[in-house]
Design a protein around this ligand. Structure first.
Ligand code: WT7
Length: 655
């Protein structure tokens, strides 16, 4: 087997992809933009002063004494300050006379809807806070939340935050086992769940997984259950309590205590590539500061007029930061959708945009490429003239997916902001600003104001324009993780040991001739072909730029001649049919013409689906197993493990 390319290549990443398209900000957006060129200047002149200015977006009970205490790699922001996260999300808007503003237009998958104002949400959170106290939850305790996408999920999170309990949301698609390990690691004492939720046109259950996870975990004192679907559930008296009873009968009065700026707000587990998930810890003041600022600046959020929609699950950090904390801190009106994009039909997202007049939409490239596959006729059937900013997150967005999104969803008017960040960074780090940046398809462009990120080579030296290597963060930032729950050593080893004094996110990146940053995927996904480091992302983008291709996944498979050979798996666009004769040759030639002969795939397979994690990331590890004729590794985090059988069956004929 070839050496793994990680950290061993002698060259930095090749800078293969050329992109000349530019999309300057629309004039009216630029004229009224929240963030301007001056925002960068302010941050460059006095970075800590800039973040103090941003912290004033929040309401503090006691102002901070010190903006940053930095004992690398441990940061404390706004020390001495106290505030309450729930009050910042809710009460202060009500007190300012904005109680009637809608916080959420919630849309259930079966079509049921709820409209919840800031005043109503405040009352519900106060009731839930009182209920948690009654159930014995105290400040600092951990509470697990395993829920569908319903308003009670937000209420549960904010009730924890209000009383100073630490929430730990586990994505509702995870198994009882996955829930169990997270309950152990976080030492949670209460689980909040629901009987089930709606997905793909059916009621799916949640309570049985909780029952299984909690059965041999006596540390869990109570399970608080929301009735969503009405399906039958098993019940353990004394342990299980209904939300509508226990929360329903509480008072709407709850006097919120102010918590320390560094008080833990939540833990979110991220699996990374290794076995044991890492409990990423976020705290209060710095986290809220950066999510509020980025939500305002990157999306140009105007709380009086915008309808904001993050089409992600609250079980991911995207949901925490841009469905819950960012939008609520800013007093925004959001859409929240329970279900899948193809239920009951493939236009469901666009129907929601039309119905609520969504003006800002934020979603993942994997969703965008799925929409490309379904074809442009589907969005064309809806009125989406309300949209003015589109966002992308979670993976590199291929230039072709970017332009498809801009054209077919954004009506060729809207800026697309490609936002790079991680569970660990808590908030957006590298992104265009829609009123300032001339967007470049596929590039995340520049660190946002107040963030000092760089692209460095193997020796931690900043690369020149045109060079490639690794993205790093040079200075602490307000919403940075404060550690891995219960494992400070792993925090140091994972993020702070690759490059002395620099935060290492684990992503490959390049800086183009204009000095703009492109993210090129996880470092483990970089291929080493005949001595050249080639990014899987770039080859994938070249494939997706072919009119017949909707989605592509590329891996490096060991090759006796070249070290690694490029193997590609492609899904065709709806309009392309079976692609026709000679398709594979056509695609290989296309990659060669776009990126150079060095990047020409050794092998291309047309497949109906790709293996993805539940958060929508392609599992290249499994494709590498297929390409190298190995037994498949762990498939338990796949959305659909049958996908791998279909792909493996394709292999012999492709060779
Ligand atoms: C990893 C973090 C950010 C919240 C959702 C995912 C990849 C994320 C981009 C982007 C290229 C991106 C990176 C990163 N990623 N956004 N705009 N361009 N890559 O959070 O599960 O912690 O994943 O997602 O590889 O390290 P996460």
């Amino acid at each position: 087997m070839a050496e793994t390319p990680q950290g061993q290549g002698h060259e930095t990443l090749s800078n293969l992809l050329q992109e000349s398209r530019r999309f300057p900000p629309p004039a009216d957006l630029a004229a009224h933009a929240n963030a301007t060129a001056g925002t960068y200047e302010a941050a460059d002149t006095d970075r800590l002063g800039f973040w103090e200015e941003q912290a004033r977006r929040l309401t503090w009970d006691r102002p901070w004494d010190t903006v940053l205490e930095w004992n690398p790699p441990f940061a404390k922001w706004f020390t001495g300050g106290t505030l309450n996260a729930a009050v910042n999300c809710l009460d202060r808007h009500v007190e300012a006379g904005r109680g009637d503003r809608v916080a959420y237009y919630w849309e259930g998958e079966p079509g049921d809807t709820r409209t919840i104002t800031y005043a109503q949400l405040t009352d519900e959170v106060c009731k839930a806070s009182n209920a948690l106290i009654e159930l014995g939850v105290a400040k600092g305790d951990r509470v697990a939340i395993y829920m569908p996408m319903i308003p009670e999920t937000v209420v549960a999170m904010l009730a924890c935050a209000r009383i100073g309990a630490v929430h730990m949301v586990v994505f509702g698609g995870f198994s009882a086992d996955a829930l169990g390990t997270r309950l152990d690691d976080s030492e949670a004492k209460v689980v909040i769940t629901a009987d089930g939720g709606y997905r793909r046109g059916k009621a799916s259950s949640l309570k049985p997984a909780v029952d299984e996870a909690v059965a041999d975990r006596p540390a869990i004192e109570h399970v608080l259950v929301v009735r969503r679907t009405g399906q039958a559930v098993d019940w353990t008296d004394g342990r299980d309590v209904w939300w509508h009873d226990t929360v329903g009968r509480q008072s709407t009065e709850h006097a919120a205590e102010a918590h320390d700026a560094e008080h833990p707000l939540y833990i979110m587990y991220t699996s990374g590539t290794t076995a044991k998930p890492k409990g990423i810890l976020h705290t209060t003041g710095g986290y809220l500061t950066q999510v509020a600022f980025t939500h305002w600046a990157v999306f140009d959020l105007k709380p009086e007029t915008d309808i904001f929609w993050t089409a992600a699950d609250i079980g991911w950090v995207t949901g925490h930061s841009y469905i819950v904390y960012g939008p609520l801190c800013n007093g925004a009106t959001s859409v929240m959708y329970e279900g899948t994009p193809d239920t009951p039909h493939k236009g469901r997202f666009w129907e929601i945009v039309e119905k609520y007049r969504v003006s800002i939409a934020y979603m993942a490239p994997t969703a965008i490429r799925t929409f490309m596959k379904w074809g442009e006729d589907i969005p064309a059937g809806f009125d989406m003239s309300s949209l003015r900013v589109l966002g992308s997150v979670g993976e590199p967005i291929n230039p072709e997916a970017y332009t498809w999104y801009r054209k077919n969803i954004g009506g060729d008017r809207t800026p697309v902001v490609d936002t790079w960040w991680q569970t660990e960074t808590g908030a957006i780090m590298v992104s265009p600003l829609p009123g300032v940046t001339a967007g470049k398809p596929g590039a995340a462009m520049r660190p946002i104001p107040g963030i000092v990120a760089d692209v460095v080579d193997e020796e931690a030296k900043s690369v020149p324009d045109g060079g490639g290597g690794f993205i790093v963060v040079r200075e602490p930032w307000p919403s940075m993780l404060r550690g891995i729950w219960g494992d400070p050593q792993r925090y140091q080893d994972t993020y702070w040991s690759r490059f002395e004094g620099l935060y290492f996110p684990g992503d490959g990146a390049k800086r183009d001739e204009d000095g703009d940053i492109w993210l090129l995927g996880r470092v483990d996904d970089v291929m080493l072909v005949s001595g050249h480091n080639i990014s899987t992302t770039e080859v994938e983008s070249a494939l997706v730029s072919h009119p017949k291709v909707a989605e592509a996944a590329v891996v490096g498979a060991s090759d006796p001649v070249t070290g690694q050979g490029i193997v590609a798996f492609v899904i065709l666009r709806g309009e392309a049919g079976d692609g026709g004769d000679g398709l594979v040759k056509e695609l290989r030639d296309h990659v060669s013409a776009s990126l150079g002969p060095i990047a020409k795939p050794r092998q291309i397979m047309v497949v109906p689906e790709l293996p993805k994690t539940r958060s929508g990331k392609i599992m290249r590890r499994l494709l590498r197993d297929v390409a190298e004729n190995r037994r498949l590794g762990d498939v338990t985090t796949l959305t659909d493990s049958a996908v791998m059988d279909v792909i493996a069956a394709k292999l012999p004929e492709a060779k």
